[in-house]
Design a protein around this ligand. Sequence first.
Ligand code: SAH
Length: 543
Amino acid sequence: MKKDDLIELTIEDLGVDGEGIGKVDGMAIFVKDAVPGDRVQAKVMKMKKSYGYARLMQVLDPSPERTESRCAFARQCGGCQLQAMTYEAQLDFKAKKVWNHLIRIGGITDLAKPEIIGMDDPWRYRNKAQFPFGTDKEGNPVTGFYAARSHNIIPCTECWLGVEENKVILEKILDHLKTYHISTYDEVSGKGLLRHVLIRKGFTTGEVMVCLILNGRTMPKLTELVDSLREVPGMTSITINVNTKNTNVIMGTEMISVWGQDYITDYIGNIKYQISPLSFYQVNPVQTKKLYETALGYADLKGNETVWDLYCGIGTISLFLAQKAGKVYGVEIVPQAIDDARQNAKLNGIKNAEFFVGKAEEVLPEKYEKEGIYADVIVVDPPRKGCDTAALETMVKMKPERIVYVSCDSATLARDVKWLGERGYEVKKVKACDMFPGTVHVETVVKLSLKKDAPKIEITMEPDEESNYTPQEKAIYSKIKEYVKDKYGVNVHTSYIAQVKRMCGLDMGENYNKSKKENPEVKQCPQEKVEYIKDALRYFKLI
Ligand code: SAH
């Protein structure tokens, strides 16, 4: 086989990126846009030693899993790798991908194929779209999407993943550009005015936002454009984003209000969000709600727990958890996301969520080593590369009862699950969630629990370390011990009292729970003793 050869093959499998895989003379051939079960004719594009790539020329005998792509541009765009597959087959592919990763990489032997949460209607689920503007050969303004791996705009105002308003809005803007001879931005020369248009819609509120991204600060005849856009039902916010840099970063940092509010409002569950053009917000709110409800279910909160939400973004999961937890701490690397998280907490009157800016792998170890932080449950939702080992190491030291792992990449999830499995955490539940129908992407939630027979880390706090406590603390600690001993007949360690005080949000002062050892690993207070100590704290009117 060599380049340009025409071959015939049956597609047997799908690669992780959604490309069909078949065999010719024992060699694996990857054929984009082909579906398992298809008999196809393809043209060889590139051959390597033991595999090759071919271009789909003709479907000779279609697979029962093949369906008509709804979008005429599905192949050129490349955004929806699986659009030619029935939705059931897409879901099955995604569930199997997660399953395979957890078995092969995660080393989990007794796992049934995970359930996958699909959409009732897998179209028009995106609440956000950014359309590039340019000019065609005849000099007419165009908008659409970039052809795969290029910056050539394919004219198209109708993407089936986006809302119907997109088309109406884009056509109004194109008309405006034509009527008033307004230029579009040219990436090569850096000249021209309109670069992109961002459209967002609040699915629960119906509010619509348009943001014009300009190589400048205003647009000719802006009032006329605003009047036209205001006719779109739900229009709430029209703004300009200034981006005069010659860069392919879409948005600049400066925002100018044009009409209405600078933001739209939306809800996920009963949590309200204010979304400005620059804020991050999940693009499929319907599935996000289902995903986070699953995560919340796996966290199994009773109301008093301390929960850490690592990689918290704008706090979507944190605020969900806060409704059921005693206290939630969120950690996120992007400062603006934390500003949004704090603002969203305020907007919803949520007072038991606190947020820290920084890397999870730095913030968590530092807080653990310096402040002896505690967690009943840790939730993580890391980027594709998964959790950093330093973060995982600290999580294990903190010995939360449960870890809920939300992931957009099941391969790195499986790697981390294996690592946690070797340190006492076993997978209890797995669910996949289809946040991006039509594409190969899939989200997964895993519930891990600390095994009951996990090797206990012994208390490293020696009795003499109690000298770390102030005289007042020591006095109250011995009273609590005496009270518990008298009432319940058991001894409680000072470190347990410190843990329970911390759980109850009592200020621990500087010296609580400090060990002379570098890395104090304090055994977790058993639940019944937590209750005895809480009783004592109540008795002494400390809580
Ligand atoms: N749970 C969030 C989104 C998680 S996406 C939500 O629902 O909104 C992953 C997040 O991790 C991103 O917001 C990214 O900025 C953040 N991130 C990436 N690396 C990080 C790190 N090392 N420490 C903390 N946060 C990180």
